[in-house]
Design a protein around this ligand. Structure first.
Ligand code: NAP
Ligand code: G4F
Length: 322
């Protein structure tokens, strides 16, 4: 049975990728960092089906030992400090996790077995102040946050190890992708979570920052298929994964309130403290290379994604209040 190692398995993408890899028949191993409380909400349903190991992107030897113990055929590096606002408060730590963490895993691969295939979770945040519309694999990067800068490092070190050591290393430049498992601090889940609470009388206001920001939002379950497809090609390469549509935060808000038959204008307030020191105003991706080579297509529309997230949050709070 082929073994896969996933870092960041407790995160949104890690949990969807674990589901997908099990369906594909892999033996799934996940790396988790030690915490004083359990943090396995997203992989609870996989207990007994996957193997969990302790390790940390900050600790090189933990990665070496883990790769040596598991001996996977593929490693997906999804672990990162992934929340953009935190990257201004903790820029050095973000660089350690999100940038240097990538080198540590690549070094572990180089040391133990250069035949292990590697996937790096690159990000559309690297395009930042966009230099081209839509953004594709050849678009010049202009990151606008310490997170974006760290991801550019992770992206280029992946390419560098591919070219220097002939490692099968791919970088997926994924645009924003969401789901009912999205962290509650990200804007989409913050909206669907708060809208559900408002509908059920548990909250009365939704405070947001820049509602004019636009993103190319897809469904995380679709995007993990693309990660796997990249590592099944004959040659390693980098791919943009996106829907090709862009929508504002305001549109996301309107459709979310529509889903529960409420008028958003009565509940939403702008909180200037939520604006960022430097904003990424608009992202829209061109995934034609992935469509052509990987035969990848998104299956969930913007509206379907919102409905899925609202319905899931409504169900969660209805159960909670009994
Ligand atoms: P997420 O939900 O925030 O998950 C991040 C994961 O990284 C968690 O499992 C977290 O563990 C783990 N982690 C953080 N620091 C670590 C460390 N020092 N050592 C070991 N594990 C650590 O992120 P996501 O949305 O699934 O995204 C997955 C990856 O794709 C990230 O690299 C992200 O930057 C990138 N990305 C995401 C998007 C998107 O729209 N979702 C788009 C482009 C790229 P804990 O549970 O212990 O915190
Ligand atoms: O949901 P967000 O926090 O996601 P952001 O910054 O685009 O980053 C996400 O996508 C990246 C891919 O491009 C990933 F690499 C990264 O790891 C992460 O998953 O914010 C989206 C937009 C921003 O423009 C922000 O200013 O929403 C705007 N926004 C407005 N009000 C808000 C809020 N964002 C958050 N988190 N909270 C608000 O109240």
């Amino acid at each position: 049975m082929k073994k896969v190692l996933i870092t960041g398995i407790t995160g949104q993408d890690g949990s969807y990728l674990a589901d997908f890899m099990l369906e594909k028949g892999y033996e799934v191993h996940g790396m988790v960092r030690r915490a004083s409380t359990e943090n396995d909400e997203r992989i609870e349903h996989l207990k007994g089906k996957i193997h969990i190991h302790q390790g940390d992107l900050l600790d090189f030897m933990s990665l070496v030992e883990l790769v040596d113990t598991v001996r996977p055929v593929e490693i997906y590096n999804l672990a990162a400090q992934s929340f953009v606002p935190t990257s201004w408060n903790q820029p050095v730590l973000t660089g350690e996790f999100t940038a240097l963490g990538v080198t540590r895993i690549l070094e572990a691969i180089k040391l133990i077995d250069k035949k292990i295939k590697f996937y790096q979770a690159s990000s559309s945040e690297m395009f930042g102040k966009v230099q081209e519309i839509p953004q594709k694999e050849t678009t010049i990067f202009y990151p606008r946050s310490p997170y974006g800068v760290a991801k550019v490092y992770g992206h280029w070190i992946t390419i560098n190890y591919r070219e220097s050591y002939d490692i099968f290393a791919c970088s997926g430049i994924l645009f924003n992708h969401e789901s009912p498992r999205r962290g509650r601090e990200f804007v989409t889940r913050k909206i669907t979570d708060t809208v559900s609470r408002i509908k059920l009388g548990l909250d009365d206001k939704l405070y947001l920052g820049n509602m004019d920001a636009k993103r190319d939002w897809g469904f995380a379950g679709d995007y993990v298929r693309a990660m796997w497809a990249m590592l099944q090609q004959d040659e390693p390469d980098d791919f943009v994964i996106a829907t090709g549509e862009t929508h504002s935060v305001k549109e996301f808000v309107e459709l979310s309130f529509d889903r529960v038959d409420l008028d958003w204008k009565k509940y939403v307030e702008v909180d200037k403290s939520l604006f960022r020191p430097a904003e990424v105003h608009q992202l829209i991706g061109d995934a034609s290379k992935a469509k052509r080579i990987l035969k990848w297509e998104p299956t969930i529309s913007f509206k379907e994604l919102i409905n899925m997230m609202i319905d899931s949050d409504m169900e969660y709070y209805k159960k909670k209040i009994g």
